[in-house]
Design a protein around this ligand. Structure first.
Ligand code: GUN
Length: 291
């Protein structure tokens, strides 16, 4: 039977609609407008696209959007001062520093200088610790979006075998914590994992977040499993014309879709959910700040 295609684009539109309704109520009933500040250092083209999208969708949801674009040579002290000012600005409820940062900046130091309650990325060490111990925290947006799609498709995830391929702080590790929180049996696989194919073949849920185009083939997928593809890789596509490119995920879509029970497409799967969850986290931060 053909796999169900999990429509992240439609789901994200629904989440954004709920966020916009919540924002309208906060304004009307309490005179509060949630505010999100995004800080971009340098001119990385992919980061510029993401930041533009985040700003646009923040405004569309009725929230205040502030962008700080700093040049690639910005000193650590200057960046920390920008963050300190945002920490102290009561009209800003969420702060996101777009990663990766230029090499001369200490990413951990910068992230940990964000007030934890405004850390809508959930990357601050306090939020990482709170998530790991099952306490109320800010949850990283991409894994949160994946979890929402999984819950929507399955209802309960309790007792399912889940494999997360990739151990990044942004996706792999928090994804594993969230699945564990939903009572899955979780394996984190990575570049040194032995017999990756066998590990993946045992899984009811496969989350691929490695950043390697089409690395998971269909014959690794247990029949009927759910495949969540976090990868967004740009490949040359000469078949579409000279100089053309296409986006592919970390799984080989056609063969994995043939084996899976459900699968997220690229584009239109996890990607749109990430920004929707960022908006939702900003509203959550605003509500917590205002009791
Ligand atoms: N770069 C790639 N993904 C992300 C993300 O989720 N948050 C931030 N801040 N930077 C990123």
């Amino acid at each position: 039977m053909a796999a169900t295609v999990i429509d992240g684009k439609a789901f994200a539109a629904q989440v954004r609609g709920q966020v916009a309704e919540h924002v309208a109520r906060l304004k009307q009933d309490h005179g509060i407008t949630p505010g999100l500040a995004v800080v971009l250092v340098g001119e990385d083209p992919a980061s510029q696209v993401y930041v533009r999208s985040k700003g646009k969708q923040t405004v569309e949801a009725g929230m205040k959007s502030v962008e700080h674009k700093l040049d690639a040579e910005t000193s650590e002290a200057d960046l920390l001062k920008v963050i300190e000012d945002l920490n102290n600005d009561p009209s800003i409820h969420g702060i996101l520093v777009q990663l990766p940062l230029p090499k001369h900046l200490d990413e951990d130091l910068v992230i940990n200088s964000i007030a934890p309650e405004k850390d809508v990325d959930g990357f601050h060490i306090s939020n990482v610790g709170l998530l790991g111990t099952g306490q109320k925290s800010m949850v990283p947006c991409t894994p949160l979006g994946c979890l929402m799609m999984l819950r929507d498709h399955h209802g309960s995830l309790s007792g399912m075998d889940a494999v997360v391929i990739g151990r990044s702080n942004i996706v792999g590790k928090p994804m594993a914590q969230l699945l564990l929180g939903d009572s899955c049996t979780v394996t984190i696989a990575h570049s040194r994992t032995k017999d990756l194919a066998d590990v993946v073949r045992r899984a009811d849920i496969v989350v691929a977040a490695v950043g390697r185009p089409e690395m998971v083939p269909g014959d690794w997928i247990k029949p009927g499993a759910t495949v969540i593809d976090v990868g967004i890789n740009r490949l040359d596509a000469p078949e579409k014309g000279e100089g053309k490119t296409k986006l592919v995920g970390d799984v080989h879509y056609e063969s994995c879709a043939a084996a899976a029970g459900a699968i997220t497409p690229v584009p239109g799967g996890v990607g749109p959910m990430t920004i929707a969850c960022l908006l939702a986290n900003t509203v959550t931060a605003c509500c917590r700040a205002n009791g």
